[in-house]
Design a protein around this ligand. Structure first.
Ligand code: 13P
Ligand code: ZN
Length: 276
């Protein structure tokens, strides 16, 4: 872990957020979801931007986002660096990511700390979601894109790309999936990584779902913090793993009945939208 960042050493609360990011990126590597530079993270850290941090000079000239995102004006984010490895970030978060500030035009950003590490290529998707979270007054602060093996594998079957089908199958594997991912998983048809089209399609799906699955690529989750976004992905991936274990044993799993699932929805009063 980095202990060298003066930005963090004088701000223990921000240090705790970065420590949690580092912890989660270690899990992503251990799970096999983060080959090479696979996956990326953005966390809104504006609440920690005191006057000294806010007035840090830009390390490089402003860089366009590719979209105008009005609710992001003046916001600060920790962002994984493009081409950087999650397993390296786990040990050196400030060398494999950076802090960015959104410019007054809401269409570009500046890198202000610690090093001029260029943000992830999926920044349009991350920031489109962050813009939506602020627009809706959400308490969610983190966005996570990763490459969970079982869910990506399932996205190669056209059956699971049909509206609602993957959610139904995953919910039916184990009661906890329904309880902890009550909005289910949305599908985004294949699109070019890093594209604005991918960002726009992701935004539409995250409005209605806990997690979004990019066909033949990976997932995107939002969370109150990065651990929460990780858990959302993990819960759904566990259900996908159970499905695949059953298939590997040679049978299509029966799944919980619709009645059993309705009972869980009622008894646990599962929400039909995000809690905040
Ligand atoms: P970055 O290294 O640019 O974050 O890209 C990784 C990735 O998963 C792209 O979809
Ligand atoms: Zn990816």
């Amino acid at each position: 872990m980095d202990n060298t960042s003066s930005i963090l050493s004088s701000r223990p609360a921000l240090q705790a957020v970065i420590d949690q990011i580092a912890e989660v990126t270690g899990y992503l590597w251990q799970k096999g979801w983060a080959e090479r530079n696979g996956g990326n993270i953005t966390v809104n850290i504006t609440e920690f931007a005191d006057a000294a941090l806010a007035s840090l000079p830009a390390l490089v000239p402003a860089i366009p986002i590719g979209k105008v995102l009005p609710y992001l004006q003046g916001q600060f984010f920790y962002v994984k660096g493009t081409g950087k490895r999650m397993r390296d970030l786990a040990r050196h978060p400030m060398r494999n990511g950076s802090i960015i500030r959104i410019c007054p035009d809401c269409a570009s950003y500046e890198i202000i700390a610690d090093e001029p590490v260029l943000p992830t290529s999926e920044l349009p998707s991350h920031l489109a979601l962050q813009n939506y979270l602020l627009q809706t007054g959400s308490c969610y602060k983190a966005t996570l894109h990763t490459h969970p093996i079982e869910l990506v594998a399932m996205s190669h079957n056209p059956r699971f790309l049909k509206e609602g089908e993957l959610t139904r199958v995953l919910w039916s594997m184990i009661p906890e999936t329904l309880a902890f991912a009550p909005l289910g998983i949305g599908i985004v048809p294949y699109n070019l990584p890093g594209s604005v089209e991918l960002a726009d399609a992701t935004l539409e799906q995250i409005k209605k779902h806990d997690v979004v699955l990019w066909e033949k690529h990976g997932t995107v989750a939002v969370g109150q913090d990065i651990m929460d976004a990780f858990d959302q992905t993990d819960v759904l991936c566990k259900a996908a793993n159970i499905y695949m274990c059953a298939r590997n044993m040679g049978f299509e799993p029966e799944g919980m009945t619709p009645e059993a699932m309705r009972q869980i929805q009622q008894v646990f009063r599962l929400p039909a939208e995000r809690p905040c």
